[in-house]
Ligand binder design. Structure first.
Ligand SMILES: C[S@@+](CC[C@H](N)C(=O)[O-])C[C@H]1O[C@@H](n2cnc3c(N)ncnc32)[C@H](O)[C@@H]1O
Length: 243
């Protein structure tokens, strides 16, 4: 299971909202009256700032906790986005969109690859003719070094009542281009553990020319790949048109 209650609380304390540089990058590809779908929108890290700037963005995600947080965080700003609780692999929404945008490598959570391919077919169905798919992706370069496939990490965030710790162990499979991670979130208030949540996830990665061929195979054209730097990270962003 991924993105349950404690993970959501950790995510919101850790990441809050997208910065101007990320927003401004995406704005280059958007028109003000575009209707945008953000699959895997989570708790609205990107969706909410876009709504604040007057864009129309619908969200879809399969985590009840993340969607609830998105709804609550938006409501505090008097915003009421259309949010759909569905898995990307099987999504069927009543609308078609000018833009489908997936931020922060979220597409890479679709595993195995057949799930990612189903998602691409669904994105095509939900795009208007000439609509654009924008995918933010990354390659975990560090894991590719010899003897560097395993990573143990620990991070904590401060919440009003205490802290949430996230400890994770991940192992990369370079042949198959994915890493698998097992982690645990621990909420600590007054030095006492009050909640614990386990999480497992697979994260796939795709190289540039491989991804371009995949996008072509699933019905996209005029594919552009941009190297960008924001959030202190390298991003490989694909922009592809519905053919
Ligand atoms: C890393 S979070 C990113 C959220 C958001 N894209 C952002 O930029 O902050 C990944 C999100 O993908 C969602 N997700 C993962 N697998 C999914 C699936 N198969 N269908 C729909 N949503 C999924 C999770 O619930 C989570 O909210």
């Amino acid at each position: 299971m991924m993105y349950q209650a404690l993970c959501t609380e950790f995510y919101d304390a850790d990441k809050k909202f997208a910065d101007e540089d990320e927003i401004n990058f995406y704005k280059k590809f958007l028109k003000k009256n575009d209707v945008i779908l953000e699959p895997m929108c989570g708790s609205g890290r990107l969706l909410i700032p876009f709504l604040q700037q007057g864009y129309t963005v619908h969200g879809i995600d399969n985590s009840i906790a993340m969607l609830k947080s998105c709804k609550d965080r938006a409501a505090k700003l008097d915003l009421h986005p259309a949010l759909f609780e569905e898995a990307i692999e099987t999504m069927s929404l009543p609308n078609q969109y000018n833009i489908i945008l997936i931020a922060l490598g979220s597409f890479q959570l679709l595993y195995p690859r057949s799930s990612a391919f189903n998602a691409l077919q669904n994105f095509k169905k939900h795009l208007l003719p000439k609509g654009k798919l924008i995918l933010d992706m990354f390659i975990p370069w560090d894991a590719l070094y010899e003897n560097n496939e395993e990573e143990v990490s620990e991070k904590e965030v401060i919440i009003p009542e205490g802290i949430i710790k996230h400890q994770s162990h991940s192992k990369a499979n370079k042949q198959e281009q994915f890493y698998y991670s097992e982690s645990v979130y621990t909420k600590i208030i007054n030095n006492k553990i009050v909640a614990e949540e386990k999480e497992q996830m697979h994260v796939s990665w795709y190289y540039r020319y491989e991804m371009e061929l995949i996008l072509e195979k699933y019905g996209f054209k005029n594919i552009e790949c941009r190297e960008e730097f924001f959030r202190n990270e390298n991003h490989m962003i694909f922009i592809a048109e519905n053919a």
